[in-house]
Design a protein around this ligand. Structure first.
Ligand code: 7PJ
Length: 285
């Protein structure tokens, strides 16, 4: 019998083989101008690179660069604008020593990012846009295929499932089959249930509680809960005050098999995971 868990102990990410024998922290680098004080292309690029270097100093194991806002209701970004935000940052960080992931759903951005030296493509659409499979299949990049119901603009209006866990599982299995049929090696694939992407708060928490069922598919599970409204809904805290709640949710996910946690607060998450890992691996005295 094949040991399915063996597949989740590493992820091929372009130049890197990311060791997942312990959980890893993916630092979020947001390159959308609205997330920085005064906008402007140079400012966005410089601020993005500085922020990335800060996250590396805090212990990020990989970085996720995003030039397109995917929050509910966010406006669409043109291919040219997204490339202008992302490419200079890839060039500046190419040799930073950790895999560079690009958060994009646009095939042209995927191709250009990979040509510029990116190691991983993180697609909230799960490589469903026309041309996305072809854009990544021929490279050796890592992939994150995420579940989303609907589209970012409207996805939170009325999410509906027969059974949220079963539906997400089935979706991810279909995407894995499509990726592998297109020639993507299984060792390049990670899966994400897509917290907050077309899910109510109870649906998000049910997915979190039953995350082990997604991990049982045998691919590394990547999750993003950092500062999301599911944290605010329980803690009653505004977005800037959700660090403790986000760290707790990330730890719960890791406890249930997540291997990569996508976070804003890298330093706090790294500390929490060091303690978790020590508890889990401590030798019997
Ligand atoms: C996620 C993402 C997530 C993956 C965003 C935000 C919204 N990529 N990109 N998983 N979320 N793989 O960070 O609040 O949960 S953007």
């Amino acid at each position: 019998m094949t040991d399915l868990s063996a597949r989740s102990t590493a992820l091929r990410c372009g130049r890197y083989l990311l060791d997942l024998s312990r959980p890893r922290v993916m630092g979020i680098v947001n390159l959308t101008p609205d997330s920085f004080s005064d906008g402007g292309k140079h400012h966005t690029v410089d601020a993005g690179v500085a922020h990335a270097r800060q996250l590396l100093a805090e212990g990020a194991d990989l970085l996720d660069l995003g030039g397109e806002s995917t929050r509910p209701g966010a406006a669409e970004v043109s291919e040219a604008d997204e490339l202008a935000r992302v490419l200079p940052v890839i060039h500046a960080l190419r040799d930073c020593g950790v895999p560079l992931s690009i958060d994009t759903a646009k095939p042209a951005v995927m191709r250009a990012a990979l040509d510029a030296g990116a190691d991983m493509i993180n697609d909230i659409w799960g490589f469903r846009q026309p041309g996305a499979l072809e854009a990544v299949a021929g490279s050796n990049c890592g992939l994150c295929a995420m579940h989303m119901q609907g589209e970012p603009r409207t996805m939170q209006t009325a999410p509906e499932y027969d059974d949220v866990v079963e539906d997400v599982l089935r979706f991810l299995q279909v995407q894995v089959a499509r990726l592998e049929a297109a020639g993507v090696a299984p060792g390049r694939i990670s899966l994400d249930p897509g917290f907050g992407f077309g899910k109510t708060v109870p649906q998000n928490y049910r997915l979190l509680r039953e995350l082990d069922r997604i991990a049982a598919l045998g691919y590394p599970v990547l999750i993003g809960v950092s500062r999301k409204s599911m944290i605010g809904a329980v803690t009653g805290k505004a977005v800037g005050d959700r660090m403790a709640g986000s760290v707790a949710a990330a730890l719960s996910a890791v406890q249930r098999g997540a291997r990569i946690v996508r976070v804003h607060d890298v330093a706090a998450t790294v500390d929490a995971l060091k303690i978790w890992d020590t508890v889990e691996t401590v030798a019997t005295p």
